[in-house]
Ligand binder design. Structure first.
Ligand code: IMP
Length: 195
């Protein structure tokens, strides 16, 4: 079964591919002839995931899915949220984003935050969405060298270290993206009669 994942991030492709198992082969937008940047201009995480999935579906006609993630900080009214990648600058600068977040949270005692991933799937012409959330807290200083993005300042609920201090397997087992992908995989396996 061929399914298109609307990302050019090789790491995400490998991660999702291993969870889907043998019955599925993931193809990238580039492999399906979509070489331009896929637009994500919507004001919500759900909106962006759907926009990306629709964009590649309209151009290829293939079953496809797309993901979008944001860090939602309670004391900042849900920011950076949909703007997580471009919080400090338009340039997807992880360090600058992290510094701005800590700056905006100086003196803030409510440190509650969550990562939220939405996956939008277009399957046999119908649209579906799957959500994965991990609750946690923002630390006062970064720690750990693993992961990416806001990982060095995010401690998931029930853990005593940041995502950046965990192995990839430990993080994936509880992460927002891991949970959303697991829901997608359950759906596709059910649809295809895979146990
Ligand atoms: P994307 O939608 O997966 O590209 O994620 C958007 C932005 O959210 C990224 O550029 C990161 O800043 C942040 N982000 C997404 N997932 C993670 C994660 O697992 N750890 C830390 N930051 C993340």
């Amino acid at each position: 079964m061929k399914i298109l994942f609307a990302t050019n991030n090789a790491h995400k492709i490998a991660e999702v591919s291993s969870m889907l198992g043998n019955g599925f082969s993931l193809i990238t937008p580039r492999e399906a002839g979509v070489t331009e940047e896929i637009p994500e201009t919507q004001p919500t995480i759900e909106g962006n995931a759907l926009q990306k999935a629709r964009y590649v579906h309209e151009r290829t006609g293939l079953d496809c899915f797309a993901d979008d993630t944001g860090l939602e900080v309670a004391a900042l009214g849900g920011a950076p949220g949909v703007r997580s990648a471009r919080y400090a600058t338009e340039g997807h600068d992880f360090d600058a984003n992290l510094r701005l977040l800590l700056h905006n949270m100086e003196g803030v005692t409510d440190r509650r935050a969550r990562f939220r991933t939405v996956i939008a799937l277009i399957w046999r012409g119908e649209e579906y969405t799957f959500e994965g959330i991990v609750e946690g807290e923002i630390t006062r200083t970064p720690s750990g060298a693993g992961g990416f993005g806001y990982d060095p300042v995010f401690v998931p609920e029930g853990a005593s270290c940041t995502f950046a201090e965990m192995t990839a397997a430990e993080k994936n087992a509880i992460s927002h993206r891991g949970r959303a992908v697991a829901a997608l995989v359950r759906f596709l396996h059910e649809q295809c009669g895979i146990r």
